[in-house]
Structure formats: C-alpha cells, structure tokens
Design a protein around this ligand. Structure first.
Ligand code: ZN
Length: 430
C-alpha cells in the first residue's frame, strides 16, 4: 500500500476519533445482556443504514441451525435473539471479501455495589472508558465501523464485499455467528476485534457448559441422617471434576500452542442453586460448570468422560447412589480452534496483511498469543474454511467489575483495521 494512503487513513481515524468515543459510549449505555440486546441492535442497525450499508436483521431460528456443526444446545426461547449484518458490495469486485465480526451481547454486571460507577453509564477517566461491554467487545464493534468510515472519508470503499456483523449469543453459545454462516454470509477472511491487547490470537480453547442436577427425598432436619443432603452431596462431585481437570492439563495432553501453559484448561463451578428452607434437608441441588478443551479435543469424548467422572463419584456417595445425578447440556458446545494450524496461502496472506497494518499503525511488531477462552472465530475457521483473525484493543476486567477499555489502544486498532481492510480488500473510488 502507498505510504500516502496509509497516512491518509490514519489521519481520518484521528479526525473522527472523538465521534468514535461518543459512539462507543452510546453503545455501551445499552444494557445488552442475553435477551436484552434489542435496543443495542436497533442502534447498530441505524448506524449501518446511515452509512449506506444494506442492513439484514433477523431472528435466529433454532430449527435452521441445530443440525449444523458447532451448534450449541439452548435452554429457553429465542424470540429475542436478533442478528444484524450490514453489507457493502464492491462495485469493481476486484479485491478479496471480508467479514468484520463483533458480538453485541455482554455478560451480567453482577452486584452493582461492586462497581465504582454504574455499569451502563459509561464514563471516561485517564484515557479509559468504563462500563460493562465497553471492552468486550463494543470497542471492537466501534473499531470495525470507524475503520470503514476512515476509508469513506478518503473517498474510498473496499474493492471486495464487506459484511459487518453484530451478532448475539457469543457469550453463551456462539449460535449468533453460526446463524450468519447458515444465512450464507461467507468471505475470504474474517476479523474479530476481541479485546486481547493488540495481539493476534493464534489459538483458542474449546468450551463446554453443563449442569448437574441432584435430587432426593426432603425430610425435616431433625430426622436427617448423614449423606442425605443434596447440597452437601454436590461437593464430592465437584472434587472429582477438579481431579479430571488436573488430568486434562497434563503435559502429554497439551497441544503445541498450549505446551508452555501449566493450567490452560479451567473448570469453573459458575452457579449453584439448591434447597428451599433452612430447617428442611435440601432435596435438590443444581450446579453449572464450564470446562475448557484443547483444540482438536473431541466434544463427544469430553462429554463421555465428564459423565463417567460424575457417575463414578455419585456411586461412591450414599445419597446419590440410589438417585444418580442427571447431566444437562445447555450453552457452549465449542470446539477449540487454532489459526496457527491453518497452512493455507489465504491465511498466510491475511496474517501478513495484519502484521504490516499493525506495524504501520503502531510502530511495533504484531505479537501472538494463545488464549484460554473461546471466540466466534471457530465458526469461520472450522466450519467455513475461512481464516479468522482475532485482534482487538486492550481492555481490563472484562466479565468483572469496573470493566474498562483503553481508548488510545482502540485508536491504534482502528487504524490497523483500516489499513488491513485497504490492503486485504483493495480499494476503489466511492
Ligand atoms: Zn467477547
């Protein structure tokens, strides 16, 4: 790319940066937790329409995606799961196509008193924007959009088709990104600005969610024998699961990208419910578990092992032996994905373009990292033969309290994204 174009694109990002921060702030003010994404998606659809993109907005239909690889089982209705995609078709069709993907859903904010300021009243302090979802990943959605704006400000458009995706369901299933694939959205590469500190993500873990249900006969606490308490019966099951976690992290189980990590796979007991009354022996208990998987690890084999571990531990327990726990899958059935294993010329070219764009925008080499979480990149990489680059700004406390994103980092990523689009897609006059 000509130096002149690079500097014009970077200047265009600078010129619009105050507007970009205002956009991020407005978007973060929408409390788009699961089931509550509509107002944020309305906002995105309006912004895309105002920029002249063809906006496609649809409700995810489970029947259309449940047979596809990568589908995760869902509990509850999907009436409010609405995706938004804005498409800009290239006039010349001379370049490569691109998906700019980001998720609109955010995780619950937790107890409000843990926040220094309300999570959906974003504020800027010392160069950071605070608010739930500001980092994960509304700054990325802003970066994708304002990178396209920078091309427009230079009188240019991508010379290949671009699909701007604002998807739901990233934080629990990935079915939003899967629904985009099912609807026919494909491209030569995908870029997902998840907040991993301006590094290129070379590998991501798989994630499995499941619930363990324990049931028994309720009695008055005065007549309770030992081992008849559903809540206490859950504890040895949790211990057995943690022993399994330890085995799965053994050095001989690790893949190349994770060989240096002692504990890449984390088992999290994320929720627990049980019992009805302080003086009644609890007759039921349900706990929710998240477990990581290495790329290449089979979901079916993982499920079989998890079930065996839970049932073996239950058979050792006086209360559970006669009433074995039930395992219910809901949410993530996510396989791991490693961009590092994509040996295609297209992946190499896309990575090269991002290397160059990052170096030009920041003056530093693009670093790589394997992450211990999942992203929607797996759908493009595993099920659509599309290299998916995860590269986004620096954020802190995502999924925690006082989540924040560094604004100068968002500026650098926006510049790198504009340069990447111009290189990967090529440009044509608007
Ligand atoms: Zn995210």
């Amino acid at each position: 790319m000509k130096d002149d174009l690079s500097s014009r694109l970077c200047e265009a990002v600078d010129a619009a940066f105050d507007a970009q921060v205002a956009f991020l702030s407005e978007l973060t003010a929408h409390p788009s937790t699961r089931g509550n994404e509509q107002s944020a998606q309305d906002f995105m659809a309006r912004e895309l329409t105002a920029r002249g993109l063809d906006v496609d907005r649809w409700q995810i239909d489970v029947a259309e995606i449940q047979h596809l690889p990568g589908f995760s089982p869902v509990l509850g209705p999907y009436d409010d799961a609405v995706n938004v995609v804005g498409t800009r078709r290239a006039r010349t069709q001379q370049g490569r196509s691109l998906i700019l993907n980001g998720h609109i859903d955010v995780v619950p904010e937790g107890p409000l008193e843990m926040w220094d300021s309300p999570p959906y009243q974003p504020r800027v302090e010392d160069g950071w924007l605070y608010g739930r979802g500001g980092g994960d990943m509304k700054a990325g959605l802003a970066s994708n959009l304002f990178a396209l704006d920078a091309l427009a400000a230079c009188g240019l458009a991508p010379a290949g088709d671009v699909h701007f995706q604002s998807v739901v369901e990233e934080e629990c299933t990935g079915n939003g990104a899967l629904a985009c694939l099912a609807r026919g959205y494909t491209a030569d590469a995908a870029l997902i600005p998840e907040p991993f500190s301006e590094t290129l993500v070379t590998a991501q873990l798989g994630v499995l969610w499941f619930q363990v249900h324990l049931k028994g006969l309720p009695t008055h606490v005065a007549y309770a024998g030992t081992g008849s308490n559903a809540i206490e019966a859950a504890i040895p099951l949790m211990q057995a699961l943690h022993e399994m976690e330890h085995r799965w992290n053994a050095p001989d189980r690790r893949t190349t990208d994770y060989a240096h990590m002692d504990h890449a796979l984390n088992l999290n007991i994320g929720k627990i419910q049980g019992g009805d009354w302080t003086s009644s022996v609890p007759a039921w208990c349900v706990f929710d578990v998240r477990m990581g998987l290495f790329p290449g690890q089979s979901i079916d084999a993982a499920k079989a092992e998890i079930e065996a571990v839970i049932l073996d531990a239950a058979r050792d327990n006086a209360f559970l032996r006669n009433s074995l726990p039930e395992i219910v899958y809901h949410g993530f059935h996510a396989e791991g994905y490693a961009l590092s294993q994509d040996s295609s010329a297209r992946a190499a070219r896309a990575i090269d373009a991002l290397d160059t764009a990052h170096r030009t925008a920041t003056g530093a080499a693009l670093e790589r990292q394997a992450i211990t979480a999942t992203t929607d990149a797996r759908f493009f990489g595993l099920y659509a033969d599309t290299p998916a680059l995860v590269y986004g700004p620096r954020a802190e406390a995502i999924h925690g309290f006082n989540e924040r994103v560094e604004l100068e980092s968002m500026r650098r990523v926006t510049k790198a994204t504009a340069l990447f689009i111009a290189d990967w897609c090529g440009v044509e006059p608007r």
